[in-house]
Design a binder for this molecule. Structure first.
Ligand code: ATP
Length: 298
C-alpha cells in the first residue's frame, strides 16, 4: 500500500488567444475545471498503475472540495485521510494561450492548512510500503510526515518529488530514501547544470536518486554504486502535463512490488509515455493493463 501526503488543487484552465494585460479584459475560447495538485496527481497515477493508495491532505468546504474527493475516489484512492477545512480548496488558475504559453497562479487554500500527520494518518503511513511526498504543502508538515516511518520502525520508504523547487532542510533530507527531481529541480538543488553531475551531488544528500529528463528519459543512481540510464519510450507527445507525477507514482508502484531499479525505471517510463500521448493531467494517466501491454510490446 502507498500513502501520498500532498496537495489537491482544482485546476481552473482558461484557453485564450492572448492572456490579458493588466487592466484588460479578453474573451476566452474554452474553460475547464480539472482535478490536480501534485499530491492528488501522484495518488491517482499510483492507483491506476495498480497499487492500493491512501491520500492524506485537505480540501476546503467550498464547491471544489467534493469534486476533488470524487476524482480521487473514482481512481480507487482511499480518501478517509482527506480532511475538509474551513475556507477555499487549493486552486491553480491557469491561462493557456493559443501559442502554448501558459501562466499559472497557485493559491494553496486548504493545502496551506495541512499540518504534520497524527493519529490515524500516521498509522496509515506506518502501514504503508511507500510514502510519496512533494513540496506543495507547508514544509514543516512535509518534514514531519517524512519522519513518521522511522519513528515507528515502519518499512515504508520515503520518496520525495522536490517540486516546486525549494531549498530542502537537512531534517527532510535525512528522512528521504529516494528523491525524484526533474533536471531543472536537480540543477536548482545542487547547483550543477549537467544532470549526471547533479545526480552524483544528490547521492551526497540521499541514498537513491532519479533525475527525469523529459523526452530524453531518466537517470538513476544509488549509493551502492549502481548507475542506470533509461531512454524515454519514443512516442508522439501531445501534452506532457503531469508526466513527472505519472512517472513518480508508477515508480513507487513498481518498487513496492519488489522490482529492481532497472525494471522500476522501465515501468515508470512506460506509464509516463502513455500519459504524454493524451491531453490533461489526471485524465491522461494510464491504467495498469495499458502499461503492461506497452511493456510487452517493447
Ligand atoms: P511535468 O512537470 O510536466 O509533470 P516533469 O518536468 O516533472 O514533468 P519530465 O522530466 O518532463 O518531468 O518527464 C518525466 C518522465 O516522463 C520522463 O523521464 C520520461 O520518462 C517521460 N516523458 C516526458 N516527456 C516525454 C516524451 N515527450 N516522450 C516520452 N516520454 C516522456
Amino acid at each position: 500500500m502507498i500513502s501520498v501526503f500532498g496537495s489537491a488543487n482544482m485546476d481552473l484552465v482558461a484557453y485564450v488567444a492572448q492572456a490579458p494585460r493588466p487592466g484588460e479584459t479578453v474573451t476566452g475560447r474554452e474553460f475547464r475545471t480539472v482535478p490536480g495538485g501534485k499530491g492528488a496527481n501522484q495518488a491517482i497515477a499510483a492507483a491506476r498503475a495498480g497499487a492500493g493508495v491512501a491520500f492524506l491532505g485537505a480540501v476546503g468546504d467550498d464547491a471544489f472540495g467534493p469534486g476533488l474527493r470524487a476524482a480521487l475516489a473514482e481512481a480507487g484512492v482511499d480518501t478517509a485521510g482527506l480532511r475538509v477545512v474551513p475556507g477555499p480548496s487549493g486552486v491553480a488558475h491557469i491561462v493557456v494561450e493559443d501559442g502554448g504559453d501558459n501562466s499559472i497562479i497557485v493559491v494553496p487554500g486548504a493545502n496551506g492548512a495541512v499540518t504534520g500527520p497524527a493519529g490515524r494518518d500516521a498509522e496509515t503511513i506506518a502501514r504503508s510500503d511507500a510514502l510519496l511526498l512533494q513540496l506543495e504543502l507547508p514544509m514543516d508538515a512535509v518534514v514531519a510526515a517524512a519522519h513518521v516511518p522511522r519513528g515507528v520502525s515502519s518499512r515504508a520508504e520515503v520518496i520525495l518529488t522536490p517540486a516546486p523547487a525549494a531549498p530542502l532542510p537537512a531534517e527532510l533530507l535525512e528522512a528521504v530514501d529516494l528523491i525524484v527531481p526533474n533536471e531543472h529541480e536537480a540543477a536548482a538543488l545542487t547547483g550543477r547544470d549537467d544532470p549526471r553531475d547533479a545526480l552524483e551531488a544528490l547521492l551526497g544528500l540521499v541514498p537513491e536518486a532519479v533525475v527525469t529528463l523529459g523526452a530524453r528519459g531518466a537517470l538513476y543512481g544509488s549509493r551502492d554504486g549502481t548507475r542506470l540510464r533509461e531512454a524515454a519510450v519514443p512516442v508522439r507527445a501531445v501534452d506532457t502535463t503531469a508526466a513527472g507525477d505519472t512517472f513518480a507514482g508508477a515508480l513507487a508502484v513498481a518498487r513496492t512490488e519488489g522490482a529492481g531499479p532497472a525494471r522500476a525505471l522501465r515501468f515508470a517510463s512506460a506509464a509516463a509515455a502513455l500519459s504524454v500521448q493524451r491531453e490533461g493531467a489526471s485524465t491522461s494517466m494510464p491504467h495498469r493493463h495499458e502499461i503492461d501491454r506497452l511493456l510487452e510490446g517493447l
